[in-house]
Design a protein around this ligand. Structure first.
Ligand SMILES: *Cc1c(COP(=O)(O)O)cnc(C)c1O
Length: 291
């Protein structure tokens, strides 16, 4: 593991790569990154590069698995008070992870209940902060109780579609004015700015085959598009699953069936293929970072 300690008096200490070990963490103040100066980004990338180099024998040589790199930044303040941290730790651990994406896998089912809110304006929903995830579990358990796999997070009185579980969400459809469009909600403070989301936007914009838009989407827009058969596909995106097709949404007592295209026209398979081709160096891309 890579560890880099920070304290208010001494600032950032020298990065250390050491054997993986247990850590005792202060339970109440994980991810209080506010008030701490950030560690230099390119320096961190170099430290992670070195960590991966040391552990290179663990990198799976397979299309269906990868090395998961998990950087975490926590407060290690040895006190119970809720205050600006004086001590913090940035650490990076690695593990092998299998691919979630499987062409044969059944599409996801989502539970959409407006009584739950994942993130709100002025909150921390647009950061990967520990506190955002603990409180999402209640809704997740309810989704499972109702036979669904994940929560579809809605927002506001018009039931805006925001995210699915811990994934960004995309809708491929014929929009209200008859254009073919791939749409995802805009980064207005309540959406996690996922790197997979950004990659999909950049890829599909480069294809230049349909509109690619960051816009608001509401449940009523989705329901009327479903009735008028204007929906082609819906999917979630995130590092772990890459891309995950959505098959059903349970909303206000109705089980909405989301169509899937056949294998040859499916956008999810096409995007997944292109992203893995980039990751495995089969297509050249300036996103690749050589270790
Ligand atoms: C991690 C996460 C995502 C996906 O982000 P990636 O950078 O693509 O992995 C989307 N939404 C939420 C809420 C997340 O926590």
């Amino acid at each position: 593991m890579l560890t880099i300690e920070w304290s208010a008096t001494e600032g950032w200490q020298a990065p250390l790569i050491k054997p993986f070990g247990n850590m005792s963490l202060h339970p109440a103040c994980s991810s209080l990154h506010y008030g701490v100066q950030t560690f230099d980004h390119s320096e961190l990338l170099e430290c992670i590069r070195r960590l991966v180099e040391i552990d290179q024998d663990w990198v799976p040589h397979s299309d269906s698995a990868g090395l998961y790199i998990r950087p975490t930044f926590i407060s290690t303040e040895p006190s119970l008070g809720v205050k600006k941290p004086g001590h913090a730790l940035l650490y990076v651990i690695l593990c092998q992870a299998g691919s979630y994406f499987n062409n044969e896998a059944e599409a996801l089912s989502l539970w959409a209940d407006p009584k739950y809110t994942r993130a709100w304006e002025g909150g921390t929903g647009d950061c990967k902060m520990g506190g955002n995830y603990g409180c999402s579990l209640l809704a997740q358990y309810e989704a499972v109780d109702y036979g669904c796999q994940q929560v579809l997070w809605l927002y506001g009185e018009d039931h805006q579609i925001t995210e699915a579980g811990t994934m960004n969400i995309f809708l491929h459809w014929i929009n209200e004015i008859g254009e073919e469009e791939l749409a995802t909600p805009p980064l207005d403070g309540i959406i996690l700015p996922g790197v997979t989301r950004q990659s999909i936007l950049e890829l599909t914009r480069k294809w230049d085959e349909f509109q690619v838009t960051e816009r608001y989407l509401t449940m009523s827009q989705l329901c009327s598009a479903l009735k008028q058969q204007r929906v082609r596909e819906m999917f979630g995106s995130g590092t772990a699953c890459m891309i995950c097709p959505i098959g059903h949404i349970v909303y206000q007592g109705e089980n909405l069936h989301i169509p899937c295209q056949d294998k040859n026209t499916q956008l999810t398979s096409r995007i997944a293929k292109e992203l893995t081709d980039i990751q495995y160096g089969r297509i050249h891309s300036d996103w690749t970072f050589l270790v």
